[in-house]
Design a protein around this ligand. Sequence first.
Ligand SMILES: Nc1nc2c(ncn2[C@@H]2O[C@H](COP(=O)(O)OP(=O)(O)OP(=O)(O)O)[C@@H](O)[C@H]2O)c(=O)[nH]1
Length: 896
Amino acid sequence: MSAPPISGYPPLPRQTEIWQLWGKLRQEEPQLAGNLAGFVAKMTSCLQEAQAEKEALELTLRKRDSDHHREVQQLYEEMEQQIHQEKQQLQAESDSRGLALTSQMQDVLEAKELEVQQLAEGQRELEAQLSHLRSTHQEAASENQQLREAKRDLAGRLEEVRGQLQVTKGRLDTVRGRVSWQMEEKLRQVAALPGLGVPGAGEKAPDPQDVSREESPLPGLFGDNDDWDQLLSSFGSPPHGALQLCWSPPPSPRATPGPQTPRVVRQISISEPHALLFDQKSSSDPDRVPRTPPGVPFSAKDSKEMDSDEQDDRVPRTPPGVTFSIKDSKGMDPDEQDVSAEQPVEPRDQDPSQEPESRPEGRLLWGLPGLPAVESGSQVAATFKVLIPLEDGLPPHSNSPPPQAPAGSSKQIQASDSDDKGPGSWGPPSRAQPGAEAGPQEPTQATHTMTEQETQPGPSPTTALEGVGPAKPPRQREALQQDLHATGSEPGLGFQRARALTLGPAEPFQGLASVGLVPTKRLEQGQADPAVQEGLPEGLREAHGWVLGLGELPSLPHQGLEEEPRAEEGEQVDQGGQDLGSEQSVEAHSLETANLEHPQQDSLLISLPSATPQAQVDAEAPAPGKPAPPPVGAQPGAGPQEPTQTPPTVAEQEAQPRPSLMTTHTEQSPPHSREPRVESMLEDPGTDSREAGLIPPPGDPMAGRPQANPDYLFHVIFLGDSNVGKTSFLHLLHQNSFATGLTATVGVDFRVKTLLVDNKCFVLQLWDTAGQERYHSMTRQLLRKADGVVLMYDVTSQESFVHVRYWLDCLQDAGADGVAIFLLGNKMDCEEERQVPTEAGQQLAQASLQAGMQASHVTLKAVKCLWSGFLDTLASRGEGTVPGTTAHTEMGLPRH
Ligand SMILES: Nc1nc2c(ncn2[C@@H]2O[C@H](COP(=O)(O)OP(=O)(O)OP(=O)(O)O)[C@@H](O)[C@H]2O)c(=O)[nH]1
């Protein structure tokens, strides 16, 4: 028996083997077969149940699948519907937009069409105008043609008139001969009368007029002019006498009725010798007929027969009121009368350059009835000459200056002349030139010279400038500057001379001039020359001059330094009890050399440790453009650098070596370059360099120590952004001149200023810091030693003013709360570019005061108060410091 296959299930693999096992089991263990059948049945039922569950599950699955399909279908339909709606919406929007665009386009199109229509109308109008113009042109052409014909007609009539004139001339001769014959006849008859051998004086000669009336047909010949009677009445005058006749032609028949035109008065001059206005010419040579310009009296011969129409035709050719000079020029060609206006006459003895023109003004001179008769050509020429000066044109010699020109015009001429003159011709030419120029032009010269003096300094007393001359034109001043530098064998000498020029006789502050200058910022070529200050605004110059004037302080002129040798010998305290002694800028390195060998500076020089090799290298190899420092121990100012002609104090001060200690410059920066050329060799002013003896540290007793012990030593640090003018300000303090072409400070720079006040020696070490950010760390270190700070900003730079806060923070960080701070707004001369109002500076100063710092807002003009405030405060408090100690001193507000 074989086991029934499990329904619904495929036979298991190796089923035959199972069946074999089953058969074997039934044979060997028949009792177990029943259990297995039951098991199989049970399993079958379980499988059937599982099958049913499976089917149920499949049903459920199918149902859910259909539901899902349905949902998806529904969603799909909804989405489709939504998309459709959106599509319709977009379509509607685009349709509406298109409609709007279409309408807009339609409007634009209509407007354009309108424009086109207007243009077309305009074109039509233009065409109509063009055709009208064409017709007008044709009319004008026909009129021209008619005029030409009329001209020809007139020419024919003119020929007729000429013929008539010839006839008239012949008849005139006949009449004249007849009149003379009749007169002789009458005389003979009178002489033949009995009782009258000689004609008495009381007898009258026969009236020629009567004779002419009786026998002469002249009135008829001369037409209807009523004034011919006068002519005839004068006909009996001697032949050489000139006959004048004034007559007026009848009104022109072409004249339009209206205001009465002035009567044309013609002066007819008949002179017997036929002295013509112009060359005598044969009538057969019309080409040589002189031409008469419009308005010029033309000569007509025997124009008596000219009919009124003919003369009326000529009237418009001359201005109304012009008198014609009609001469009895028998030898003249009648064409002379037909002189056209376009053919000017050149009188014989007339200057061609004075060719007269037809001007209305001319009629005032031409042939006024009261004028004497023109008897000769020379008189006519004289009339010409009279006319010419009234012409508007300038006389040909007007370009040349008048002998005595008025001062105003002379000034201009003088100025232009001076520009054109060469360098050698400049100067006071009026004094050198005798004659008229020197006389009336002298005031102008004086004014001009004053102007020059305003823009350039006075003459230098130095020999180097003697040949230059006191007044150089601006162009030459540049050359002068170059000369100044070229004259010296090296830049230092040129600088010294220029400096000497600066400190001329008018120099009010010579005694306070500095001894040396730290060459951290070198002067560019000519910058020390006073001419350099020409580019400076006037206000700035004034400000600087005012600053350094120290007028209110008892200044110590020249003898201040001259007395210093005595001070060096222990007599410094006795320097006359001057309130303010001298100020000097000494570079640290120079202090060593400036000792007893150079007594003028000894009292103010500060001892330093011996120059290091580096310093010696600096001294031996100065940078180009920098005055070469003399060897250590050598007397400054000796050698070729010493300007022998400059005043000793100034020259030696300028000749002081200026080796760089704080910074080293190896090349000259171009003017106005704000980039340092050489990096500072000083990384930390209080460390290595100081140890090397190059840098006197703030508070170092040896640094800045003068030969005589100072009573007070203070460190004043100039702070502020780059380009605010710190170095310029310092230079101004020392050099009494504004330096241009300064390069940006590298590292830190310092100068020493020594002031003697009330027999107290104040030594101020002025530290010029670099405003550039890369040097701020160095500056911060310096701030710890500060006694006073001049915090500067540029009134034309808001940024520099904003950064004042930063510098105040730096001061606080450095623990400099007790430091006196002077807030200084610079560049006040640039008022137009001002960005920081004065009130803002004052407010900031007050705010700083509230913050515990003393600050005051000072202007450049009030800088002298800075020094006086410094010194007064220090002296009154007695808080000075002996060299070697450090003391912070509080300073009061400067007195304004
Ligand atoms: N108009 C005008 N210009 C000035 C004045 N002071 C300085 N300057 C100009 O400002 C520029 C900067 O001057 P510096 O003295 O070199 O400025 P600084 O603050 O020392 O700059 P740092 O080198 O960064 O320290 C220069 O071109 C000067 O000519 C002033 O009072 N008026």
